[in-house]
Design a protein around this ligand. Structure first.
Ligand code: IMP
Ligand code: MG
Length: 178
């Protein structure tokens, strides 16, 4: 499977080391608070699993699944909730966990939606961020890596639902697309 990659952008070791750093920072910032991590399915499954295991104490976890109407590899920002949170986040300290922010349209919508439920605080942690996001106004508190504007797969990220289980992140060989 890794043979389908054109180039490895981030190795398993780099990803884990960065998640450990982010976890330490998050743990300090949320000291004394009852932190609720909200993962966005399906891409954030691996980030959530590893990030939360790097945290030295207990946190709660919830999930949301959304579908964004987009064609191919571009998102439109038109979003529908497929699976909503199980819990009421009113008055909670919520940290949204994402795999990647590209245009930021999906996450802007999610933040407006969650923000309307009146959490005590609402922040974002994303493993990857692409430069496109500069076009929308969105504050991201925790970023793993800023990456170039290329389509990447692995570590939760898919191409047509494949490659999510790769331990590293990379770009696909052009032959995969043809
Ligand atoms: P946005 O609304 O453009 O920020 O889209 C974000 C979503 O698009 C992510 O949650 C991913 O599901 C998907 N996405 C964006 N870039 C990539 C990529 O390089 N590889 C795989 N999925 C991507
Ligand atoms: Mg996603």
């Amino acid at each position: 499977m890794a043979g389908k990659l054109e180039r490895v952008l981030l190795t398993e070791e780099q990803i884990q080391q960065r998640l450990e750093e982010l976890a330490q920072q998050i743990w300090r910032d949320y000291e004394g608070k009852d932190l609720l991590l909200v993962g966005i399915l399906k891409g954030a499954v691996l980030v959530m699993a590893d990030l939360m295991r790097h945290l030295p104490g207990s946190v709660k976890m919830d999930w949301m699944a959304i579908s964004s109407y987009g064609s191919g590899t571009k998102s439109s920002g038109v979003v529908r909730i497929i699976k909503d949170l199980d819990t009421d986040i009113t008055g909670k300290d919520v940290l949204v966990v994402e795999d990647i922010i590209d245009s930021g349209l999906t996450l802007s919508w999610i933040m407006a939606n969650l923000g309307s439920r009146k959490p005590a605080s609402l922040q974002i942690c994303t493993l990857l961020r692409k430069p496109e996001v500069a076009k929308v106004k969105i504050d991201v508190q925790y970023v793993g890596f800023d990456i170039p504007n290329e389509f990447v797969v692995g570590y939760g990220l898919d191409y047509a639902e494949d490659y999510r289980n790769l331990r590293c992140i990379g770009t696909l060989s052009p032959s995969v697309y043809s």
